[in-house]
Design a protein around this ligand. Structure first.
Ligand code: GLV
Length: 351
């Protein structure tokens, strides 16, 4: 057992030259084609490995790890980790990690791109032009909303929210309001150019509202019909967080009936399926979860996930200390007998 090279499995094709670094320390199994796993095929893949590098499309909970006695580490390529049941992983002593920071600016760029595209009707204009309708032009064709000088609202003020605030305040001269579980230190508020307000004030005053909060039970459908009714009918709503934060049917209804001007969505509740009610609308910009999708950033995410997995399995310069572990304390507690393996209490605070 002492001489056995740990086995690691990579769930999707990523960047081969980066992933192959794992071969220095481990028996590496890569996946050649994009694959959609059922809970059962995922469980089969995890059954005989020590570590796995996975994407947001792989949902891992108690059932998927039930027959994986060797599994010690899961490295998620993504900052959000609502695809992982952290309580179940912690209880089984499995160290989970994610890829924060390296994608902050790229994702903030995409948030701003969606905001501009929705408010200025960019994709709608392009469809109209391609459909040969330019001959129907009038002076009031494709009137949208201004971005410069308007009020930008940000719900959720982590690293990506702060990146969006900077772009709005310093790049576009916007008044930036935000709401978050906790208020930022004054010095950070001054640096990003944002002012803390309560949620209702945010909804009522934003000309453009960007959602950047983590998805969990508390944020599920936080933007529902009531919240939408508090927004200006001229406002734009942008979601780059997780689809479940917005009640998509209520949003479609508000957009179809003039109670909200436009929306931009990069994330959807039933990904990769998009509701027909959203697809039918002209005043919405839809992108397939591409927030972090630049060459450099996607490579950096895979590199960080490789470093996390290597360290979690006790190898490399950070051996034992993955740069961005999610549940290190809970796993340590399990290992030292401070928590009950299989119990449901571990990690509750994180959900
Ligand atoms: C993307 O949504 C991520 O969480 O990295």
């Amino acid at each position: 057992m002492a001489d056995r090279r740990p086995k690691v499995w990579v769930s999707q094709p990523l960047f081969d030259d980066v992933v192959e670094q794992l071969g220095q320390h481990f028996d590496l199994t890569m996946t050649g084609d994009v694959t959609r796993y059922t809970p059962q095929t995922l469980a089969e893949q995890l059954a005989h490995v020590d570590g796995a590098l996975i994407t947001l499309n792989e949902r891992i909970g108690a059932a998927e790890i039930a027959n994986a006695p060797q599994l010690r580490a899961i490295a998620n390529v993504g900052v959000g980790y609502n695809n992982l049941d952290i309580d179940a992983l912690s209880a089984a002593g499995i160290l989970a990690s994610n890829t924060p920071d390296v994608l902050t600016e790229t994702t903030a760029d995409l948030g701003f791109a969606l905001l501009m595209a929705a408010a200025r009707r960019i994709t709608e204009s392009e469809r109209w032009l391609r459909d040969g309708q330019w001959g129907q032009w009038s002076f009031q064709t494709m009137l949208g909303a201004d971005i410069h000088g308007s009020t930008l609202g940000i719900l959720g003020m982590g690293r990506i929210g702060q990146g969006i605030a900077r772009r709005g305040a310093h790049g576009f001269g916007m008044r930036v309001l935000y709401h978050n579980r906790s208020q930022l230190p004054e010095v950070t508020e001054a640096e990003v150019g944002a002012q803390y307000v309560d949620q209702d004030t945010l909804l009522a005053q934003a000309d453009h509202l960007v959602l950047v909060l983590p998805y969990n039970a508390a944020s599920h459908h936080i933007i529902d019909a009531d919240a939408l009714a508090k927004m200006k009918p001229t406002a734009t709503l942008i979601n780059i967080a997780r689809g479940g934060i917005v009640d998509e049917l209520a949003l479609a209804d508000a957009l179809a009936n003039g109670r909200l001007a436009a929306a931009g969505l990069d994330v959807f509740e039933g990904e990769p399926t998009v509701r027909p009610e959203l697809l039918a609308l002209r005043n919405i910009v839809l992108t397939p979860h591409i927030g972090s999708a630049s060459q450099a950033t996607r490579r950096a995410m895979v590199q960080l996930a490789v470093d996390n997995l290597t360290a979690a399995l006790g190898q490399g310069p950070d051996a034992g200390h993955p740069p961005s572990a999610i549940n290190a304390d809970a796993v340590a507690a399990v290992k030292t007998g401070g928590a009950t393996v299989g119990g449901k209490k571990i990690g509750d605070a994180k959900r």
